[in-house]
Write a protein that binds this ligand. Structure first.
Ligand code: PRP
Ligand code: URA
Length: 209
C-alpha cells in the first residue's frame, strides 16, 4: 500500500499512550487521559509545516526577529470520539476556532451519516485540523472532508490515532493530497468493520457508553 502523505508518529510517548489505549483493561478515566496526551503530542508533529510570517518583536531590551502563524486555525473534531482529542490540542493552540461534525456509522452498512455540523462559513483562509482517532473504512473521514471541501477548505490535515489500510486507501482515492498523521496503521478490518487489532469502539471506551 502506498503510504505517501501518511506520517506514522513513532515517538515513544505516542506509542506508550497508544498501548495504554489498546489495552482492553484501560478504564474510561485512563482512556481519556491517554487520548488527550497522545493528541497533544501528535498535533505538535502535524503542525510542524504550518506557514509562518517573519516579524519583529520588541523585547524589554532590544528588538528580535520572530514568527507569527500565517493563517487562523480551525479545529474540527468528528463527534463523538474526536472530542477526546480536542481539549489538549486547544491548550496548544488556544486561539484556534472550533467547528464540529457529528457523524454516526450505521452498524450494518458501515455508512457514515451526518447528524450535526457547525463550521465557519468560509474555510478557505484557515488551516484546518480534522480530528478523529479512528479511520476504519475511511467513510467518516471522507464524509467530513466532503463537508469541509463544500465550505472551501484548502489546507486540511487529519490527526488520527489508528488507521486501517482499507481506510487509508479510501481516503487516498477521494483526497489524494490530504496529509494524514497517525500513530499506527493496523492490519485490517474485521467482518463488522472494526480495526484489528485496533482498540475497540473509541467513542464507547472514551465515554463508557
Ligand atoms: C467511529 C470513529 C470514527 C468512525 C470510523 O465513530 O470515531 O468516526 O467510527 O469508522 P469509519 O472509518 O468506518 O467511518 P462512530 O460512527 O462509531 O461514532 P461515535 O464516535 O459516536 O461512537
Ligand atoms: N470505529 C471505532 O471506534 N473503532 C473501530 O475499530 C472502527 C470504527
Amino acid at each position: 500500500m502506498s503510504t505517501k502523505g501518511v506520517t506514522v508518529i513513532n515517538h515513544p510517548l505516542v506509542q506508550h499512550n497508544l498501548t495504554r489505549l489498546r489495552d482492553a483493561r484501560t478504564e474510561p478515566q485512563e482512556f481519556r487521559r491517554a487520548l488527550s496526551e497522545v493528541a497533544a503530542l501528535m498535533v505538535y508533529e502535524a503542525t510542524r509545516s504550518f506557514a509562518v510570517n517573519a516579524c519583529r518583536v520588541r523585547t524589554p531590551l532590544a528588538t528580535a526577529r520572530g514568527w507569527r502563524l500565517q493563517r487562523e486555525v480551525v479545529l474540527v473534531p468528528i463527534l463523538r470520539a474526536g472530542l477526546g482529542m480536542l481539549d489538549s490540542i486547544l491548550q496548544l493552540i488556544p486561539h484556534a476556532r472550533v467547528g464540529f461534525i457529528g457523524l454516526k456509522r450505521e452498524e450494518k452498512t458501515l455508512r457514515a451519516s451526518t447528524y450535526h455540523k457547525s463550521l465557519p462559513k468560509n474555510l478557505s483562509r484557515f488551516e484546518v485540523i480534522l480530528i478523529d482517532p479512528m479511520c476504519a473504512t475511511g467513510g467518516s473521514t471522507v464524509a467530513a472532508m466532503d463537508l469541509l471541501a463544500e465550505l472551501g477548505a484548502k489546507r486540511v490535515r487529519l490527526v488520527n490515532l489508528v488507521a486501517a489500510p482499507e481506510g487509508i486507501r479510501k481516503v487516498r482515492r477521494h483526497y489524494p493530497r490530504l496529509p494524514i498523521f497517525t500513530a499506527a496503521i493496523d492490519e485490517k478490518l474485521n467482518e463488522r468493520g472494526y480495526i484489528l487489532p485496533g482498540l475497540g469502539d473509541a467513542g464507547d471506551r472514551l465515554f463508557g457508553v
